[in-house]
Write a protein that binds this ligand. Structure first.
Ligand SMILES: [Fe+2]
Length: 195
């Protein structure tokens, strides 16, 4: 899929370039995220929400790339993790991006599933507002955090960014939403890239 051996051959390898990451999104663009949007729609909508809320560039990049672990699963297995089979996409995505982007990008990605578990623990209305798929995946992800785990999470440096990302993630599932394209984010990604 990616010339020279990319995610298909090295599913837990590290991203070599912004081009490789963008190519991964293009290749998997039409796969469904859910019944309403594709993986690409969801990524672009999540990033657009981050930008509209005034997030800094690193957090906009995190929003765009937060589910890259799903795309790696697609590239390797032809399927993404689902509500009945969570493959740990958040850790896989963060590891894949770690050599290319700083922790300000990868930290919120690594924590975005824990942020859901945190928000479900501290805000019952948030849980009730989750999509059906997100609610069923929560069970496999460990359910709402216990109080001590929630307190520990809230004290971690990337917690606030991860919780913000979670809100944009939840909002980025609207059929037909008009948002900037993948290529519009290339300069931002290149400005953040470490290589
Ligand atoms: Fe997402």
């Amino acid at each position: 899929m990616v010339e020279g051996g990319g995610p298909v051959n090295a599913p837990d390898g590290q991203a070599a370039s912004v081009d490789e990451v963008l190519e991964l999104y293009r290749t998997c663009a039409d796969d469904r995220y859910d019944e309403d949007v594709t993986q690409l729609d969801h990524a672009l909508q999540t990033a657009a929400h981050a930008r509209a809320d005034g997030a800094d560039d690193a957090l906009v990049a995190a929003a765009l790339l937060h589910d890259v672990g799903h795309l790696l699963d697609l590239a390797q297995h032809g399927r993404r993790s689902t509500s009945t089979q969570d493959l740990g996409h958040e850790g896989r995505g963060a590891r894949y991006l770690a050599a290319l982007f700083p922790p300000s990008v990868t930290g919120p990605i690594a924590l975005h599933v824990r942020a859901k578990r945190y928000r479900c623990a501290v805000d019952p209305e948030y849980h009730d507002g989750l999509s059906d798929g997100s609610r069923s995946s929560l069970v496999l992800q460990g359910g709402p955090m216990a109080p001590d785990e929630a307190a520990q999470f809230a004290a971690s440096p990337a917690a606030a960014a991860a919780v913000a990302l979670r809100g944009w993630d939840d909002a980025g599932k609207v059929d037909g939403a008009e948002v900037p394209s993948l290529d519009d984010y290339r300069p931002l990604l290149e400005s953040l890239a470490l290589r």
